[in-house]
Every structure is written in structure tokens, then in C-alpha cells.
Design a protein around this ligand. Structure first.
Ligand code: PLP
Length: 377
């Protein structure tokens, strides 16, 4: 093996995402003891910065899980759905399906409400499902990474609450790239991870939990070990993790969260994402036969899925991927399983453009310029 063979590609996939040189360098900072006072110097500011980014006030606690966003999501299912209760898993794509799978494999009484790829949650259909199934908890995806569809979190949560259930939200691919306003969102839990819009290596799941979710979890049995949010909170209250964290990632995260909050500025970060979304929409509009998948009003600020022209195959997109590799980029030829399904049905397949994290408008412009001739070949 030779590490010279590890290619240096600029990532335009939807996670992991591009990591700034400063954050790579922060990977050289010293390891520390996770029960030592050095720990708090990292995780204290990390946790308070995350709450600022989320717009989360006094009513919220934040937990750092080892693993990734999935671990945080699974913990909500294990900790908040009691044995005699039903969880309704609303899906607009692959990651909504994932939340449902987590409920099923953990033995929960789970029902699924599914929408076609490219659709957002339809509130009338959601209301019918709430009436029919009377769930205690409802999971849904804020920003569906497989299709670039963003759901209206506030409206969906309000409807779920009208029917007396707790909204458990997957915000993995949008957190850090757009305003979340947790205090006014209606969510009871909100899960995310490090390797998407926060532009860090993967390694931690992040979960925001509000006071009512914490109260509910206290009464649920068999929450597992690392999936028990009450046990996790015991450590989180001390700015610690339940199990040994990746201290290298913690160092990088402390530097990155400080950069976001004090150097770039939270509002500027969100504005940069909106600017890049606009650039991508304009780019797609300039390509004959290409079309945005997500409907207007539900287009993600961090990832865009694009219908390619009829006749352009998955195999052709894989050739584009290799051509872009030769130019130093990692291109995303669409969510694999979804594209296989679409192709089998004779429907137009999708490519995806990630525009999240620390990618700059200049980097994105150069990428789109390099991509355009490959798509028009
Ligand atoms: C990536 C992603 C996940 C899975 O997160 P991991 O950090 O890979 O565990 C879940 N939901 C959404 C919307 C995602 O984009």
C-alpha cells in the first residue's frame, strides 16, 4: 500500500463534505482525557455553539453520540416509543425509510406513510394517517438527501402536535446550513451529524432533546445502553460523552464551531448556502433537458437532485463521475437505489449536487464550470 495512491478529490457529494485546511490542521491538536478538565474546554463551547446554531434556548439539551447521525436517530426511537405505543414514520425518500427501519428492527410497533420521490409531505395525507394510527411519536426527515426535498418542519410538527404526538426530526443534512429555529419549530427531538453541513469528519451524532422528550424517556423501558437518552444526558450535563469520544474529531469540532459562530457568523453561513442554492438552480436552468426534482417551496438549501434528460442512463452518469475524478472532483451520480428503481421503471434518473458545509461560491462555480461540458457530451 502507498498513501500516495490516496487521491485528493474535492468532494461535491452529500456527505462527507469538503474539509477546510484549518480543520485538517486541527486534527494535529493533542489528544485529551474525556473525564478530565481538558474535555470541557472542547465540549463546553461545542455544545453551546451547537445550541446557538440551532436557535435552541433553555428548554433544550444537546447530546453528542459516538457514531454518526444514525446513532442519534436510533436513540430517539429506543428512548421515546414505549412498547404499547405506535410510531408513525413519514418518508419522502431513502432517509425517511431509514428512520422507519430503525423503528422496525428495534421491535417497535411502526407504521409508515410514504411519499413518492420528489414529493414533500402532504399535510392532508399526514393528518389522515395521524387519525388512523394514533401514534405517540412521529418521525420525519427535515431535508431528504436522496431527493433534495425540504419539508416544512414547522407546519408538519404543528399538525403532529395537534394530534397529541411527539415530532422526532431527522435534520442530518441541513443542520449547519440553514436556520432551524428549534425553539419555535415544534420538534421534540432533532438529530444531526458532523460530516454534512457542519463540514467535519464523520464520527459524532448530535441530538437536541427538549424537556418533554426527556420526561417521556424516563418512563420508557429497555432503552438500550448507548441509545438511552437519559443515560446520555447524565454525561451531557457535564459536557461529556457517555462513551469515549474521538478526541481528534472533538478538537476539530471545537475549532470549527468557534469558526462558524465567531468568524464566519451564523447568519452569513446560512446566506452563503442560499447563494449556492441559487447558483445551482441557475446552472440546472441553463442545461437543456435537465430539471429540478423538488417542487418550488420545498427545495433544499444544501443538496439539489436533478432529473437528467430522457435517455441519459445511470451508466452515463458513472462516466461523468470518472471524467470529474480526472479533474480532481468527486461527483454524485444520484442516490444508488433510487436511480436503479427509476431506471427499471423507465423513468428519468437523477444526479445530485451537494452544496453544503464549507464549500464556497467560488469553489462551486469552478465545479459547475468543469461539470457542464461533461453533462452536455
Ligand atoms: C446522511 C443522512 C443520514 C445518516 O446519517 P449518518 O451520519 O450517515 O449516520 C440520515 N438522514 C439524512 C437526511 C442524511 O442525509
Amino acid at each position: 500500500m502507498s498513501i500516495q495512491d490516496f487521491a485528493e478529490l474535492q468532494l461535491f457529494i452529500t456527505g462527507p463534505t469538503f474539509i477546510r485546511p484549518e480543520i485538517r490542521e486541527a486534527g494535529m491538536l493533542p489528544e485529551f482525557g474525556h473525564r478530565d478538565s481538558e474535555n470541557n474546554k472542547r465540549f463546553g463551547p461545542i455544545m453551546s455553539g451547537l445550541k446557538q446554531l440551532a436557535g435552541a434556548g433553555e428548554n433544550w439539551r444537546v447530546i453528542i453520540f459516538n457514531g454518526s447521525g444514525s446513532n442519534a436517530m436510533e436513540a430517539t426511537v429506543r428512548s421515546l416509543v414505549a412498547d404499547d405505543e405506535t410510531v408513525l414514520n413519514v418518508s419522502v425518500g431513502a432517509f425517511g425509510d431509514l428512520y422507519h427501519k430503525m423503528a422496525v428492527v428495534n421491535g417497535k410497533k411502526a407504521v409508515q406513510l410514504k411519499f413518492a420521490p420528489g414529493e414533500a409531505i402532504d399535510l392532508a395525507k399526514l393528518e389522515a394517517a395521524l387519525v388512523e394510527h394514533k401514534p405517540s411519536c412521529v418521525t420525519f426527515t427535515h431535508n431528504e438527501t436522496s431527493t433534495g426535498v425540504m419539508n416544512d418542519m414547522k407546519a408538519v410538527c404543528a399538525l403532529i402536535r395537534k394530534h397529541g404526538a411527539l415530532p422526532l426530526v431527522d435534520g442530518v443534512s441541513i443542520f449547519g446550513g440553514a436556520a432551524i429555529d428549534l425553539d419555535n419549530s415544534g420538534a421534540a427531538t432533532y438529530a444531526t451529524s458532523t460530516q454534512k453541513s457542519l463540514a467535519l469528519p464523520a464520527g459524532f451524532g448530535i441530538l437536541f432533546v427538549n424537556a418533554e422528550a426527556i420526561e417521556k424517556a424516563k418512563g420508557v423501558k429497555n432503552k438500550g445502553f448507548a441509545t438511552d437518552i437519559v443515560a446520555q444526558l447524565g454525561r451531557a450535563e457535564k459536557s461529556q460523552t457517555l462513551t469515549t469520544p474521538n478526541t481528534t474529531l472533538a478538537n476539530q469540532m471545537a475549532v470549527q464551531i468557534d469558526h462558524i459562530v465567531t468568524e464566519e457568523g451564523i447568519a452569513n453561513r446560512f446566506a452563503r448556502h442560499l447563494k449556492m442554492q441559487g447558483m445551482v438552480h441557475e446552472f440546472v436552468g441553463s442545461l437543456p433537458g435537465f430539471e429540478l426534482l423538488a417542487p418550488e417551496g420545498h427545495r433544499s438549501p444544501t443538496v439539489t437532485a436533478v432529473r437528467v434528460p430522457a435517455g441519459m442512463t445511470v451508466a452515463a452518469l458513472k462516466k461523468v463521475k470518472e471524467a470529474m475524478r480526472a479533474k480532481g472532483y468527486l461527483f454524485d451520480p444520484g442516490y444508488g437505489k433510487l436511480n436503479t428503481d427509476l431506471e427499471e421503471k423507465g423513468q428519468r434518473v437523477l444526479l445530485r449536487l451537494g452544496h453544503m458545509g464549507d464549500v464556497t461560491p467560488d469553489m462551486l462555480a469552478a465545479y459547475l464550470e468543469a461539470l457542464k461540458p461533461e453533462l452536455l457530451k
